[in-house]
Design a protein around this ligand. Structure first.
Ligand code: SAH
Length: 393
């Protein structure tokens, strides 16, 4: 067998790996041996010469290696097939009959660092975030086709983080039929049309599915304000759940047009619907305090730890306005999808907004990632979605 390139860590730098963390940072490496190009599979050893695992190497990235296995094994097509089958089993056991759209592979969370695969019925969307996965694209497509027989596989590797891996952004059809129109999906009885080629993320915010369904169950007879609505995911669930009136706010005209289309698709035209295009921060200030339910699902305000203080002000302002707009006994569903905003800080921000709004608030639930976005317990960096459901007096 061909010898794999090898990287050896500085003494004492093996501890995170021994605890299961899948990343090796460049500063921890003392030497590299062998033909070691970006995306190659390499072995990693401790300073004492103990084998620690094998993974994808990339000298361009601060994360110089991402562990694929801790065993000595051949990382061939059947290795990746096995990982795909494990991921498939989890989704099929838990989501069958509820939705035909879910995240099939969640990178580190499914022990496949650098790879995202989202499934929209028979259309799959693939995202390669690392040089290692980029090299394996052919093998991954082969396996996806053999296991799932998708109609098409579309690539959405148009993400800026690829730059850190020395890769340019790319998108396009990888396999099967051209995707001529939005892909129709069903989620807990709601229908959506997903634009996998141009939509945000890979077309839809799959990570909010269970929270949208929660809303569906509590919406009967309620007036709902859906802030940062995108294509109306929360609003459609509220409508299907029997909401009395729905106000949607987003800064994107196109997103609002799609939201209106979803209202018709789900036959919700009888419900009074008020789409507002604008900046949520400003729009909320102009609304009357007359809502039973407010949803706050903003984009990530904190992309770097250094932005945390500034972003915290933004989150506080939003939550303060939401508290102002809610009737007695109303519900706030408030989210952050910034990795650096941890549970503690987010709760403190909501607390401080409640104090300033002079409202008494009950915390009903914390809502994080759904099961198709698993987080590797040794890789807390994979956690980003945090939400609270609050009852307001
Ligand atoms: N809740 C949605 C996903 C929200 S994504 C769902 O379940 O599908 C965040 C949305 O916020 C995007 O559609 C983006 O256009 C919008 N947005 C970002 N900043 C905004 C702002 N300041 N005011 C209004 N909308 C904003």
């Amino acid at each position: 067998m061909k010898r794999l390139p090898k990287i050896t860590l500085e003494k004492g730098k093996e501890k995170p790996l021994l605890r299961g963390h899948p990343w090796v940072f460049s500063g921890a490496v003392s030497r590299t041996e062998g033909d070691i190009s970006p995306g190659a599979i390499a072995e990693v050893y401790s300073g004492d010469g103990n084998f620690l695992g094998m993974g994808h190497f990339n000298p361009h990235s601060q994360i110089i290696l991402r562990i694929l296995t801790r065993e000595r094994e051949v990382l061939d097509s059947s290795f990746f097939r096995e990982r795909l089958l494990q991921a498939k089993a989890l989704r099929e056991e838990r989501l069958k009959g509820k939705t035909n759209a879910y995240r099939l592979i969640n990178a580190e969370g499914d022990f496949l660092p650098g790879l995202i695969v989202d499934r929209y019925g028979e259309i799959f969307v693939l995202q390669c975030l690392t040089a290692g996965m980029e090299r394996l694209k052919g093998l991954l497509i082969d396996n996806l086709v053999k296991i799932f027989c998708p109609k098409s596989i579309y690539e959405r590797s148009d993400v800026s983080t690829r730059k850190e891996e020395g890769l340019s952004e790319t998108k396009g059809l990888l396999y099967g039929d051209a995707i001529l129109k939005p892909v129709e999906i069903e989620e807990y009885g709601c229908r959506f049309r997903v634009d996998v080629e141009e939509g945000q993320k890979t077309g839809f915010y799959l990570d909010q599915r269970e929270n949208r369904f929660f809303l569906q169950k509590v919406s009967k007879g309620k007036s709902v304000l859906d802030c940062f609505c995108y294509t109306g995911g929360f609003s459609v669930h509220a409508g299907i759940g029997g909401a009395q009136e729905i106000t949607l706010v987003d800064s994107s005209d196109e997103a609002l047009e799609r939201a209106k289309d979803h209202v018709s698709l789900n036959q919700l035209r009888k419900i009074p619907i008020h789409p507002i295009r604008g900046d949520v921060f400003e729009v909320m200030r102009g609304l009357e305090p007359d809502f039973d339910i407010v949803i706050l699902d903003p984009p990530p305000f904190v992309k770097k730890r250094a932005h945390l203080v500034h972003a915290s002000r933004g989150y506080k302002d939003l939550n303060l306005q939401a508290f102002r707009l809610l009737k007695e006994g109303g519900l706030l569903l408030t989210f952050s999808c910034s990795h650096y905003m941890d549970w503690d800080l987010f709760q403190k921000i909501i607390f401080s907004a409640a104090v300033d709004a002079k409202r008494k608030v009950q915390l009903l639930a914390r809502r994080g990632h759904p099961i198709d976005h698993p987080i590797h317990l040794s890789h807390p960096e994979g956690e980003y979605l945090r939400g609270f459901i609050c009852r307001v007096w």
